[in-house]
Design a protein around this ligand. Sequence first.
Ligand code: ADP
Ligand code: MG
Length: 368
Amino acid sequence: MKVILQNLTKVFPGRNRKVQADVVAVNDFTFEIPDGLLIGLLGPSGCGKSTALNLICGLQTPTAGRIFFGDDDVTDLPPESRGVGLVFQNYALYPHLTVLQNILFPLQNLKGADKLSKAAMLARAQEVAGLVQIAELMDRKPGELSGGQQQRVAIARALVKMPKVLLLDEPLSNLDARLRLQTREELRRIQRQTQITTVFVTHDQEEAMSISDRIVVMRKGVAEQIGKPQEVYDSPANLFVATFLGTPPINVFRGSVVSDTLRIGEDAVLALSGVPDQEVVVGVRPEGLLLRREGPFRCHLNSIEVLGRDVSILSSHDASINPVIRSIISAESAVDASSSSVSFALHPDKVFLFNKETEERIFWRRQD
Ligand code: ADP
Ligand code: MG
């Protein structure tokens, strides 16, 4: 099912307008979620992710804008008529019911033509339990399950009504690191298998990047950039998106373009063209700092972290906006740990320039 959000806006009025301003939780959202894809809605806490999700499922009414499921305008439909499945961070299972009863619960309230026979309900419950791999836990109570198992039950319960759209609000946040990783792969498999159009909300960029077909990066109610995870990482639209994606995060510097040369502080680091002389903000991904003995970008060497496969060099520079500069190199490369300095060349594909005031991307060309 294709989902279309058209100029979707949600304003929460300030409680007392004199002291508290209105909050625009979702601001003029327009995008189309193609049928069968998994969309990651990503952004810092408070940016409007949950509100956007609540608008799609109908728990909240938009201040302006429309929502379509396929060709149907569902904006004025109540949640139960939209055919959505919901999963939240806290699994919200009924503690006194068994796993099976929890999964059956949404089916027992179906009315009229949707009503199912007891056998049909059981068959459906077994099917989704198999899908999320909890078939052997059907007689247990939620209190007898691990967090990961409880979240699987919650997912099964959301799937049992065969929703047209599956909406997940930070579903992995209560799980420990290892389980989070495992469950997100599970989620991906289930989504691929069922082909249900899915919106997955998270503040964790790595989580969103790893399982989404498309990500929507949000800030203060606004969709800053929408695209395939790799495309957004490789070509961020502005400084916010660039700094929000990536671990370790992108390195940010005060720089300038002077006569087709990019400078970071005093160091002339890259020849480029297409940018008028100006001060700029420079972003360089950790993998874009290439260790070179005579490299033009000279930093103070702080320390070296061995991370197994890779080595992370921590350095500093007067023009760096962050206290440490992080670069990732492969373990074989030799770093002289006794030296107080380290020099880099910059990989052009990993260097982004941003307008100092607007923080929007400034596109540049390589010099031939
Ligand atoms: P996120 O899920 O990205 O953390 P939310 O969608 O929950 O963000 O909230 C977005 C903004 O809207 C926040 O500033 C929040 O305080 C505000 N907000 C959310 N729900 C309400 C509400 N029911 N009443 C007033 N303000 C709200
Ligand atoms: Mg939220």
